[in-house]
Design a protein around this ligand. Structure first.
Ligand code: ADP
Ligand code: MG
Length: 697
């Protein structure tokens, strides 16, 4: 804390900032006046023009002006003041829950009022709840609007926008007077190369756009001034992640010498040959494992590309060297599936595999813990339970984490820490079926090395994909029936227009009972979020064992579930899903040797965006192409998952909008770290701050 204050101008130099406000600012990572300037607006409000009431839409933030028609107090559950105003194009209701008699009086019929707030839907008219407003004399009425866009800042409880605006105003003033310690950190060559403006101009513009600023470009974050700051921020992030990687290289680990006997025995026992991609990635991993600092590698591979075998290759290297491996999957069902596969593969080689899940009863649990602690079990497969405190490994050398694309850098680090023993860090291998485009991966996963399995095992037939309106449901039901009669299995995925989980579950229940009526001879199972985990798993196991023909489910059917005999996937309201999710769902079929199909049913008219999504699904099965399209259609926040790397908490950079900058940023990251380490450190400090740095972990 003290250090942070020292690095810049103390906040108390600002009027209106005492210790109480300073405390709140600290919550926003603002520790000095310079930090204020890097606390950037999240959006802008356009108060430069008055919007006709008739053209307001729900969700707009707008200035309107009108004449009061009627003001009344309503007595319901809560007393409130309703003020109806009109500008001749429509009626708008202003709703106040807190008010006094004087306020009611001033809002008398005929008064002219100008107000600003978000537009909401009301029972009869559009509304504004507690708008900012001013009463106007008729003479003033025509003229008064703001000259420039109004910046809106991210804030915290008890800190008003107006205070933030006031504080940033003062900081900008100090910057202009040369009172602040603000260095240009971007190299001249980079500025020139990208034709970027200098730091002070960019900051000033972003905080206080001039009256003639292009509103659209600013809102879309496409303005050159924003780009200038985005470059800096992206640089800071990649530098910080690279530094994290550098720190990793200082850690001790066990170097796992090559020993190919076990590997060869394993490969001989497999009924197939590894694909060239599997072999290449295996080699990349093996080279890491020989080093004397811990591996941090991400393996990306499309659904069905055979990541598990590659992970087992790595595991065998550790086992051959006399060490243990922890293999973690995010859900019980996935973990159990891995346990079954892996023990089938490894037990014949004389390797003991332990199983650990949160639900294990106490006797088998104790036994598993003991085997792990004594080193008798060489491989432990399980869920998060593997990382609980009472799990003690004898000699853990490798941690494998499957399907953890939802994990950000902080969680990755936390998991890694759990495996540290006497200063020795285990190697870490992370596998994900959510491919992301390369440049994006270099930024989002800059702390990791990446490998890509870019080939599917031979003989996989593409899943035939059809798009149908749900008015043709009867045909779809017949298709389900035919498939079941031929001894195939079918998934039927429901979703609802409503977002609520409860309603989704209901929809799945409704669908299940309708289908049960229509197809009495079909053995049907149902899983959704409200069914107990135990029951859910039992149903999945029955489906796996072909004791069920048809599985009706919400999207809870987990990633990675492997039922090769399932060859038909029906997805209802497919237009509601993102591309990556559709791709994951579709990946549940086409795992066996028979022809498979996926029916995407849609409801009602399709938006342009939905139409392109569905046709992309029809045209390609390449996960990388789909990921790229998904990125274009939805933006990186969605693609990376909400709790991603922290990368999407960026202040101004937008991985999609600024995608074209990533190559430049990556190049300069290396250059700065190498030849300008001080500047590199200052960039990280400016944008990420001490508290958020990972280097200490
Ligand atoms: P994912 O990458 O989605 O995790 P899996 O590891 O579950 O894929 O593999 C999918 C299926 O493909 C499994 O049944 C696995 O045994 C099989 N498989 C893996 N590699 C090959 C290969 N080289 N040739 C044929 N089948 C393979
Ligand atoms: Mg898998």
């Amino acid at each position: 804390m003290t250090q942070q204050t020292q690095r810049g101008t103390p906040l108390t130099a600002l009027k209106g900032v005492g210790s109480r406000v300073a405390e709140k600012l600290a919550r926003l990572q603002i520790h000095c006046v310079e930090d204020v300037l890097f606390h950037l607006p999240i959006r802008y409000e356009d108060r430069t023009r008055i919007v006709p009431i008739g053209s307001l839409r729900v969700g707009d933030h707008a200035v309107v002006q009108g004449e009061v028609q009627l003001t009344e107090i309503k007595y319901g559950k809560r007393r409130m003041l309703l003020c109806h105003i009109s500008d001749g194009t429509g009626v708008l209701v202003l709703r106040f829950f807190y008010f006094n008699a004087q306020q009611k009086e001033s809002l008398a019929r005929g008064a002219l009022i100008k107000c600003f707030a978000e537009v909401r839907k009301g029972p009869k008219h559009l509304e504004m709840v507690h708008p900012e407003y001013k009463l106007l004399s008729e003479i003033q009425a025509a003229a008064e609007v703001d000259e420039a866009l109004t910046a809106v800042y991210p804030t915290t409880e008890g800190l008003h926008q107006l205070s933030l605006r006031n504080i940033s105003e003062q900081a900008l003033q100090m910057m202009q007077n040369g009172q602040l310690n603000l260095q240009e950190l971007l190299p001249q060559a980079l500025l020139a190369d990208q034709a970027l403006p200098d730091l002070a101009s960019a900051l000033h513009y972003i905080h206080r756009p001039p009256p003639d600023a292009p509103v659209q470009a600013l809102v879309e974050r496409e303005h050159i001034m924003q780009k200038r700051l985005a470059v800096e921020e992206l640089l800071a992030h990649t530098i910080s992640m690279r530094q994290l990687r550098a720190t990793t290289r200082l850690h001790k680990t066990v170097s796992l010498a090559a020993d190919n006997l076990l590997l060869e025995a394993f490969h001989d026992s497999l009924p197939f040959q590894l694909t060239a991609a599997q072999q290449r990635v295996t080699q990349e991993i093996m080279r890491d494992l020989e080093k004397n600092y811990p591996m941090q590698r991400l393996v990306q591979g499309d659904v069905g590309s055979g990541k598990t075998v590659v992970a087992v290759n790595a595991a065998l290297r550790a086992v051959a060297a006399g060490y243990q491996v922890a293999f973690m999957a995010p859900t019980e069902i996935l973990a159990e599936q891995h346990y079954i596969n892996i023990s089938n593969w490894l037990t014949p080689l004389g390797i003991e595999v332990a199983w650990l899940s949160g639900k294990l009863r106490s006797a088998p649990r104790k036994q598993a813990l003991q085997k792990i602690a004594s080193g008798q079990a060489k491989v432990a497969v399980g869920t998060h339970a593997l990382f609980q405190d009472e799990v003690v490994f004898d000699q853990l050398a490798l941690v494998i984490i499957d399907e953890q694309h939802r994990f950000g850098v902080h969680q990755r680090l936390a998991l890694r820490e759990k495996g540290v023993k006497q200063g020795v860090h285990p190697h870490q291998l992370i596998m994900t079926a959510t491919p992301i485009p390369r440049t994006l991966a270099m930024t989002a996963y800059a702390d990791l090395d990446c490998s890509i399995i870019d080939e599917l095992p031979p003989g996989r037939k593409p899943v035939e994909t059809v798009v149908l309106p749900d008015s043709r449901r009867d045909e779809v039901v017949q298709r389900v029936q035919a498939a079941c009669q031929q001894g195939r299995q079918v998934y039927w995925v429901c979703s609802l227009i409503e977002e609520s989980e409860a309603l989704q579950c209901e929809a799945a229940e409704d669908t299940a009972s309708t289908l049960a009526e229509l197809l009495p001879e079909v053995r049907l199972g149902l899983v959704h979020g409200r069914i107990k985990q135990e029951q859910k798993e039992k149903t999945m196991q029955q489906f796996k064992a072909h004791k069920l023909d048809l599985m009706v489910a919400t999207t809870v059917i987990e990633v990675g579930v492997d039922v090769p005999n399932a060859s038909l996937m029906i997805i209802e309201n497919a237009e509601r899903f993102g591309l990556s999710q559709l791709h994951q769902l579709r990946g549940r079929v086409g795992r066996g040797n028979q022809d498979s199909a996926c029916v995407l049913m849609y409801h009602g008219g399709l938006s342009d965006n939905a139409r392109s999504r569905l046709s992309i699904m029809r045209e390609t099965s390449d996960g990388f192409v789909i990921a790229q399209k998904d990125l274009e259609l939805r933006g990186p926040g969605e693609v990376l998952g909400t709790r991603q790397t922290g990368i999407q908490q960026m202040r101004i950079a937008d991985l999609l909008k600024h995608q074209d900058l990533l190559t430049v940023v990556n190049r300069w990251t290396d250059q700065l770290i190498e030849s300008e380490p001080v500047v590199a450190r200052q960039l990280v400090q400016r944008w990420i701050g001490e508290a958020e740095q990972f280097a200490s972990v």
